[in-house]
Structures are given as structure tokens and as C-alpha cells.
Design a protein around this ligand. Structure first.
Ligand code: MLT
Length: 411
């Protein structure tokens, strides 16, 4: 009989959001009349903006004509898009990134999950705790996490607790690590890092010879002008960091799928023989072997984000979700809950009421308010005692959810 990759057996039973979906489905089966409001997964609800829809239509029409039809595209993205990214997402912020340092893909989830393939199976990984589960699970699958430990984690992972006590600002690792995943604005806590904190990480990585895998999927939500949008705004980051960016949460591409990863050419890691090897070449090799590029029509749609109309329309979507975040944050505060995030991020991180752990609060809200959120413990052990809500709902259901939660908490 063929052998499986036993590392899969070390994964926690289900991917967090699949597990929530399973529980919700079970609840719905038992309560078919309950009107559920879903503020659990951070999925876009606003439709694609008109400038993007127009670009999609035009690109589909191109594909329908022999003269403009396109087959395989460049694995790393069309230049029309990578040039716009380099100019608008980086150049406009004073950061120089060459278009060929940008790898367009079908999503930051896949890029963040796949990038670990470039590192040795025994590389040591540090993760903030709580954390977006993809960083952990992809390393468990690769055999890098070690065995499950008594505290619900894995014995080879270095956990960097982020709690209210340290203002959700991860401490530097106390032991040698090779790779650190950072995500700011943070999923799930909604916390942001200031320039000094970014610099501390970059300086540390340079000294430690570590690589920072920086997930900036939510940078579009930053409101505070002093907060960096890119790790490459910090001097020296090009030698130690990659950055994941996505159109999912900004332009509503969760179903349309387009993202990119920046791998600077001067970023290196070492081979078994101690030679410094550029990760850019390895990632190119990996992507060109396993991926044929994001679809042409989708890249045309992404390019429309950078038109004046597209930019304005995307900004309006972000403002809409941020207003939801404000309504949730202020509503729950008025109900007496302690609430974090939601100011520079679409996520609201709520301290669970006394006597209820994360899943207990999840069950209470599901059963009594018919509101679906995400239990903090699902993001890691330091997430226990917290609960995440998202600003990605539509307005009426967000208001209704806040009203229902308030009324349940009063009883
Ligand atoms: C989340 O809810 O954490 C996100 O939607 C997950 C993702 O972006 O894959």
C-alpha cells in the first residue's frame, strides 16, 4: 500500500474555517429557521467595483477574438500589472521594487503556504500566537513543526505570544530561528506595528540571519499615516524579507483570486555548504515549475485597481468595511466588552466575557444570537479568551449582529 505523508496526521483535525463551517452547518440543520449572520471568515461581501468589472469584460472579449486571444502567460505575471504594482504600491511610497521582483499569483494564502518549500525541512519557524493558521499548517505538512506538545502547540515551533499584556506586539524570538511569519495589520488581532517595531524586526533578522515572511494582505486598511504599509519602507529589509500582498480584501477578489509576492533579488539564505543563495531564483524556479500564472483576464481586472476610478472605488469599499468595524467596535464597547483592533484593520478582537472561553462564546453567540464569529483559540493558544469578528459583512447584517449581541449580553 502506498505511504502517505504522515505529517498530515499531525495537523489539528480541521482547517479552522472548515471546522467553523462544519459546526454552523450542523447548527443550521437543527435550526433551519434561524437567520444566521456570518462575521466569521474575512470574506468580501461588497461586489467588484465597476472599473474592475469593465476591465474583466474587456479582457474576456479579447480572449474571444483570435487576434487578441492569449494562451499561457508569464508564470510570474504580465508586465502591464507588475509595472503598475512597482509604481503605485511601492514607488509612490518611496520604495524601489523592480517589476521582476514581483510574482503575481492566485492568492496570498497559496503564496504564504508555499513559500516555506524554499527552506530546509529542519529550518526553525517562529510564529506570532495567535496566528493565521495557514503559516502553521503548511509547516506542519512539511514536517517542520515537530510533534504536538502538551500545550496544544508543536514542539519545534517558536511561539511569540501576542496578548493584551504586550499590546499584541510580538517579542523577538529568544532562540535561533530561520523564518518568522509576521502579518500586520494583524489577522486576527487587528493590531498594527509602528515604524520602530518594524525596524526592530528588520535589524534583528539582519543580525540573526533569519528571513521575515511578511504578510501585508490588510495594508489597505491602515488609517494612521505613520504606520508603514510595506516592510520595504524599512532600510535593510530587502536583504531579509519577502512581502505578500493581495487584492482579496481591498478590491473584493476573495472569489476572483489575484495577489502577489515581492522577493527582492538581494534576499539570500544559505545552502547546506554555507553558500548564500538568492531566494528570488528559487521562488522563480518553484513558481515556473508548479504554477502557470494567474489568468490574463484576472490580471487585467487587478490592473484596473490602479486607474483613478478603480482606486476611488476600492477606497470606498475599504471605507465601507471600516465603518462596519467601527460599528462593531463601538457597539461591543457600549455593551461592556473589551475590544481591540478595528481601527487600522477590518478585524475586531474581543475579550470574551467572564466565565466563557473562546469556543464557549462562539457557541453562545451561535445558539443565542445566531451570529457566527471566530473563536480566538482557533488561531493558537494565546488566542484563548478572545473572539474575532470581521467588518466584512454588509451594513444591515452588521448592525443587526451588533444589536443581537448586545441584547444577549444584557440578559
Ligand atoms: C480570515 O478570515 O482569516 C481570512 O479570510 C482567511 C484568508 O484570507 O484566507
Amino acid at each position: 500500500m502506498a505511504r502517505i505523508n504522515d505529517n498530515y496526521l499531525r495537523l489539528k483535525s480541521g482547517y479552522l474555517f472548515s471546522e467553523i463551517a462544519r459546526r454552523v452547518k450542523e447548527f443550521q440543520g437543527a435550526h433551519p429557521d434561524a437567520k444566521l449572520i456570518r462575521l466569521g471568515i474575512g470574506d468580501a461581501t461588497q461586489p467588484l467595483p465597476p472599473a474592475i468589472v469593465a476591465a474583466l469584460h474587456a479582457a474576456v472579449d479579447e480572449m474571444a477574438r483570435a487576434e487578441t486571444f492569449r494562451g499561457y502567460g508569464p508564470e510570474t505575471g504580465y508586465e502591464f500589472l507588475t509595472e503598475l504594482i512597482a509604481k503605485h504600491d511601492y514607488g509612490a511610497r518611496g520604495v524601489t521594487i523592480a517589476p521582476d521582483e514581483i510574482f503575481v499569483s492566485d492568492g496570498s494564502k497559496s503564496d504564504a503556504a508555499n513559500f516555506q518549500e524554499l527552506f530546509s525541512p529542519d529550518a526553525v519557524v517562529a510564529l506570532t500566537d495567535p496566528v493565521y493558521p495557514v503559516y502553521l499548517d503548511s509547516n506542519v505538512m512539511a514536517g517542520r513543526a515537530g510533534a504536538p506538545d502538551a500545550r496544544g502547540g508543536y514542539d519545534r515551533i517558536v511561539y511569540l505570544p501576542c496578548t493584551a499584556e504586550n499590546r499584541f506586539d510580538p517579542p523577538l524570538p529568544e532562540r535561533a530561528v530561520d523564518m518568522v511569519y509576521l502579518c500586520f495589520p494583524n489577522n486576527p488581532t487587528g493590531a498594527v506595528l509602528g515604524r520602530a517595531a518594524f525596524k526592530r524586526w528588520v535589524d534583528w533578522a539582519r543580525g540573526a540571519g533569519a528571513v521575515l515572511l511578511y504578510d501585508a494582505a490588510y495594508e489597505g486598511y491602515i488609517q494612521d499615516p505613520d504606520i508603514p504599509h510595506s516592510i520595504f519602507e524599512i532600510e535593510g529589509a530587502r536583504q531579509v524579507a519577502v512581502e505578500f500582498r493581495s487584492y482579496s480584501k481591498t478590491a473584493g477578489f476573495t472569489g476572483t483570486r489575484c495577489a502577489y509576492t515581492v522577493v527582492p533579488k538581494d534576499l539570500t539564505a544559505r545552502s547546506a555548504s554555507g553558500e548564500a543563495v538568492p531566494l528570488h531564483g528559487l521562488w522563480f524556479r518553484r513558481q515556473s515549475t508548479k504554477f502557470n500564472g494567474a489568468p490574463y483576464v484576472i490580471q487585467r481586472a487587478a490592473a484596473a485597481v490602479y486607474t483613478p476610478e478603480g482606486g476611488t472605488q476600492v477606497r470606498a469599499i475599504i471605507d465601507f468595511y471600516m465603518e462596519n468595524a467601527r460599528l462593531i467596535r463601538e457597539g461591543l464597547e457600549a455593551a461592556g466588552l473589551t475590544v481591540y483592533g478595528g481601527r487600522n484593520a477590518p478585524y475586531i478582537w474581543v475579550k470574551t466575557p467572564a466565565g466563557l472561553d473562546s469556543w464557549g462564546f462562539f457557541d453562545k453567540l451561535l445558539n443565542e444570537a445566531h451570529v457566527v464569529g471566530t473563536p480566538g483559540a482557533g488561531f493558537g493558544r494565546s488566542g484563548e479568551g478572545y473572539f474575532r469578528l470581521t467588518g466584512f459583512g454588509n451594513r444591515a447584517s452588521t448592525e443587526e449582529a451588533v444589536a443581537r449581541i448586545k441584547s444577549r449580553l444584557k440578559r
